[in-house]
Design a protein around this ligand. Sequence first.
Ligand code: NAP
Length: 244
Amino acid sequence: MKTSGNTVLITGGGSGIGLALTEALVRRGNRVIICGRRRDRLKAVQARVPGVSFRVCDISRTRSRHALVDWLLSEFNRLNILINNAGIQRQIDFLKGPRDLREADEEVTTNLVAPIHLSAQLVPHLRKKKEAAIVNISSGLAFTPLAVVPVYCATKAAVHSWSLSLRHQLRNTSVRVFEVAPPMVATELAGERNRPEAGDFVMSAEAVAAGVLEALGMDQYEVALGAATNLRAKREALFSAINQ
Ligand SMILES: NC(=O)c1ccc[n+]([C@@H]2O[C@H](COP(=O)([O-])OP(=O)(O)OC[C@H]3O[C@@H](n4cnc5c(N)ncnc54)[C@H](OP(=O)(O)O)[C@@H]3O)[C@@H](O)[C@H]2O)c1
């Protein structure tokens, strides 16, 4: 699909991969709207990248999500791409009992429930556009989990599975469904663990953004980047056989 002239919502556009995507998409002549919980981050992006609009929104909260969608539909009728990028990652140790489970709930709500709800709310609008897309940022850990972040990996595996089904359900509409699985990226997500010097398998947020744009431009609906290619060892080879 075209990679310029779109109107794009990027959840979590205030930092990391979302910020790199914002910059790359604006450079290509797209209108970009970002959201996140930290107003100062969003304002700083707006000051740095001309033409960016933002709304403070906690996508894990139903009311906040609804307000975001209402605002989008009234202010940005041209919206044709949703990038489900916002995410959180927590270390959860099941040997410690249920005390971390609130964090687990937050991960599930932010990484999985929110993208599902936002997509469901926006599909009726997106379907009216000649060309539209939903882009889900999953992870190489969707395919091979890292046990210290067990719930995070489970949410990403679920995002992968849901992306397959959503793509299938929307196959006869104008809405294309992309999934991009980055490898380890040096952002705030994992703090110290994802340091740029951690090795060759760490990718920059800018390289991930370039990968997303390439996937869009080439209509590559499922893409694993860098080291995530190896993590995606098992494919759903039978998917097309059981979904006619
Ligand atoms: N870094 C990696 O190694 C890596 C690898 C594979 C996949 N990914 C995925 O890439 C995506 C982006 O992560 P990142 O690495 O760029 O980390 P990041 O810099 O921490 O970015 C995450 C963004 O999500 C926003 N966010 C978190 N919870 C939110 C909520 N409830 N409502 C609205 N916005 C929320 C954050 O903004 P606020 O805090 O201001 O809300 C932040 O801007 C995530 O889905 C992540 O799982 C990352």
